[in-house]
Design a protein around this ligand. Structure first.
Ligand SMILES: *C/C=C(C)/C=C/C=C(C)/C=C/C1=C(C)CCCC1(C)C
Length: 254
């Protein structure tokens, strides 16, 4: 009964021009649907791919739960759910790093590659969190934390595009190489959506540019951009892995 009251109360509060509320709601549904899809299809693959698809499902499932809370938070408090956002990311982004490792395991990827990617992803997110949650009202520190976060991001891009991950993908060839390439593009282009959200959401604007009129508009722009980024990256990433599993199954049956 209490749950029903909460549901009804919140849904009625989403206005038709509340794009953040809308994208939280749709994002939540999309993440739930994607999770169901990954969980239900994982058993039709052999062991190696099963784990990868399980991880895809975990990523969208963790996001679905956080979107549930973020949608609620936005509807009730009308502020950026920074805490839930970063808890979500700090769980799901390392899992995306695990995904790279799982795919490259056939080519002999070592756990150290996975830990390296996880380490830099955590540095990227923790410094981003400092910039968003602690440096409020201090454009200099927001800029500094954003920059450190960006450097960690580029280290990840380097490792997967040019470093040891690239070499392993080439050794593996076939469906693995193709999937690795697509995932590399996701990280380079899809993940670049997030710093855009960060810049838009910074009060007063970053780099001396006042991009949006006030803090309310800044938070709205930032959350819409983050929500689009999450849908593209979490569901898209999982579908690439799913596609690779299908391709590799077809190749082994041929
Ligand atoms: C599912 C969630 C994903 C893939 C989140 C990715 C987040 C990022 C790539 C965030 C990057 C940031 C920067 C590169 C600089 C500014 C601060 C961040 C944390 C927004």
């Amino acid at each position: 009964m209490k749950l029903l009251t909460i549901l009804l109360a919140d849904v009625s509060k989403i206005a038709t021009d509340d794009y953040v509320g809308f994208t939280f709601f749709v994002g939540c549904m999309a993440m739930m649907a994607a999770s169901a899809f990954f969980f239900l299809s994982m058993n039709s693959f052999d062991r190696k791919w099963k784990t990868s698809i399980l991880v895809s499902g975990l990523i969208t499932f963790i996001a679905a739960v956080h979107y549930w809370y973020m949608r609620d938070y936005w509807a009730t408090v009308a502020e950026s759910p920074t805490f839930f956002r970063y808890v979500d990311w700090v769980l799901t982004v390392p899992l995306m790093c695990v995904e790279f490792y799982l795919i490259l395991k056939v080519a002999g990827a070592k756990k150290s590659l996975m830990w390296k990617l996880i380490f830099w992803s955590v540095v990227m997110l923790v410094t981003g969190y400092f910039g968003e949650a602690i440096a409020i009202g201090d454009p200099t520190m927001q800029w500094v934390w954003g920059l450190i976060s960006g450097i960690a991001y580029f280290i990840i891009v380097y490792i997967i595009w040019f470093g040891e991950a690239k070499k392993l993908a080439e050794q593996a060839g076939g469906a693995v190489l193709a999937a690795h390439k697509t995932l590399c593009w996701f990280v380079l282009v899809g993940w670049a959506i997030y710093p855009v959200g960060y810049i838009l959401g910074t009060e007063g604007g970053l780099f001396g540019a006042q991009l949006v009129s006030d803090i309310g508009a800044a938070q709205q722009a930032m959350n819409v951009v983050y929500n689009i980024g999450d849908a593209v990256n979490k569901i898209g990433f999982g579908l690439v892995v799913y596609g690779a599993a299908v391709a590799s199954r077809a190749a082994s049956e041929a």
